[in-house]
Structure formats: C-alpha cells, structure tokens
Design a protein around this ligand. Structure first.
Ligand SMILES: Nc1ncnc2c1ncn2[C@@H]1O[C@H](COP(=O)(O)OP(=O)(O)OP(=O)(O)O)[C@@H](O)[C@H]1O
Length: 252
C-alpha cells in the first residue's frame, strides 16, 4: 500500500473561466499532519472543497487509500473514513454536548436520525459519547446546551462529533479561526492528542499553529502549488516570502 492516504493529481477548478485551482498535485502521507496555507484568495478553500467533494473538479483525479474517489459524493467520501470537521454541522444549539455527540454516533452507525423518539436508542451511546467528550476536554460540560458553550469549547465539541465518525483522515478547516490565544493553545493541544492513529489535513491561517503542528506544508498561491516541504524549508523559500509580503498577511 502507498505511503499516501490521499493523492490528488492535476486538480483544477474554474469558475466561469477563472481558474481558482489549477493543476494542483497533493500527496498526504499516512499518519502526518499536513497543512495547506497561502495568501488570501490562493485557492485553499476551493482545494479543500474539491478534496472533500463539496465541489466537483473541472479536471484531475483524487484517490483516498488507493481508491479513486473523484466521482464520489461528500457523504460517500465520509463513509469511507475521510471526514471534514464541521461537515455534518452536527452541533445543535439547544441540545447538550452529550446529546450532540450521541446523535453523531448514531448517524455514524447509519442510524436513521429519528431522534424524536430515539431516547432509548441513543442511551446506548452514552458511554462512548462521554469518552469522546473526555478526549476533547469537555467532560465537565456534558449537560450544557451547546449554545451556552464558549466559542473554543464549541469547536472542541465539533471535533468530538467528527471523531464520532471514526475518521482515518480528518480534514480541519481553519480550526483556530476567530479564537482567543488561550483557545488556540487548547485546540493545538487537542489536535496533537487526536492525531494518534489518524492523518490530518488542515487549512490554517495562523502560521504559528502551522509551524508547531505540521509535518508537511503545501503553499498555494494563485491556485497553484508554490512550494512544499517542512516549515523551515517553506518559510525560507523566497517565492513564498514574496507571495505573503504581497498581501496584508502576517510574515511567514
Ligand atoms: N464559487 C465561486 N465563484 C467564483 N469565484 C470563486 C468561487 N469560489 C472561489 N472563487 C475565487 O477563487 C479564488 C480562490 O478562492 P478560495 O476561497 O479558494 O481562496 P482561499 O485561499 O481559501 O482564500 P482565503 O484565505 O481568503 O479564504 C478567489 O479569487 C475567489 O474569489
């Protein structure tokens, strides 16, 4: 089997003639944390949407664990073990943290989501749900409605609902966006913890998060791959520095 859990070749996406992503090759190594970075408008989100099949590529091929997934739906990709955090937007504000994770577990097992009469069914998931809440540091919030959780805790709950789907490849879309510094530290620690036994691909703007977490970084600019390597090598790359300096982004 290949060392790569995810392989994309020649990935392209045009919007009415404008190429947002053009000829991107991306190989994500099994067990790694791989970050996709780049200045505003570089094509990171489009690339992410292509990989998770929220967008259909205009050209290119994507394989997950050696199987071609280019034609699959987002749900089909998720069922195979490649899950995007927040994909299922499973955080229902009026439900408690525990109830949210139980619903995610029920869905992961192909439950018909009929939770209106499902209390007896859902109760079977209590132990596993409590263990997942513990994994993300939310055991003390099990009974708290999601709406009452702080922003950082809500993101942790979203990660717990994603973990409920038992992803082998977890895709995180700007996991620290909009967070206070203290919450950023907590999410970084959480990502370090949950990486065991799985691969993580993330889009992230916060470069200190990227430098501390990523084994490998792909830098996009104007829809193309500008550089790839570890943090030390991409941050010393002249083309990368120029691309970042040309925007209002923080320095690399
Ligand atoms: N649905 C769409 N229709 C038209 N243009 C689009 C669409 N989605 C993205 N684009 C354009 O494609 C380019 C890449 O956008 P994308 O959102 O992928 O970049 P990004 O790297 O995620 O940027 P940011 O860091 O600002 O979120 C941008 O110029 C954007 O305006």
């Amino acid at each position: 089997m290949s060392d790569y859990v995810l392989e994309a070749q020649g990935l392209s996406k045009g919007f009415r003639g404008f190429m947002a992503v053009q000829g991107v090759d991306l190989n994500v190594e099994n067990g790694s944390i791989h970050a996709l970075i780049g200045p505003n408008g570089a094509g990171k989100t489009t690339c992410f949407n292509l990989l998770t099949k929220f967008l259909q590529p205009s050209a290119g091929r994507i394989a997950f664990e050696g199987q071609d997934i280019t034609q699959l739906s987002p749900a089909g990709v998720a069922r195979r073990g490649m899950v995007r955090s927040f994909q299922i937007s499973a955080v229902f504000g009026h439900m408690t943290a525990l109830e949210n994770v139980r619903i995610a577990l029920a869905r992961a097992r192909g439950g018909n989501f009929d939770f209106w009469r499902g209390e007896r069914v859902l109760i079977r998931f209590n132990d596993r749900a409590l263990a997942l809440l513990d994994d993300v540091g939310l055991s003390d919030s099990a009974g708290v409605p999601a709406v009452a959780l702080s922003y950082g805790r809500k993101r942790a709950l979203e990660i717990a609902t994603t973990l409920a789907l038992e992803p082998r490849l977890m895709l995180l879309d700007e996991p620290t966006a909009g967070m206070t510094e203290a919450d950023v530290g907590r999410i970084v620690a959480l990502i370090r913890k949950i990486r065991a036994g799985r691969t993580i691909l993330m889009v992230e703007h916060n470069l200190s998060v990227v430098s501390g977490l990523s084994d490998r970084i792909t830098v996009l600019a104007r829809g193309r791959v500008l550089a790839e390597g570890d943090y030390a090598s991409v941050s010393a790359n002249e083309a990368v520095v120029t691309a970042y300096l040309g925007t209002d982004h923080q320095d690399v």
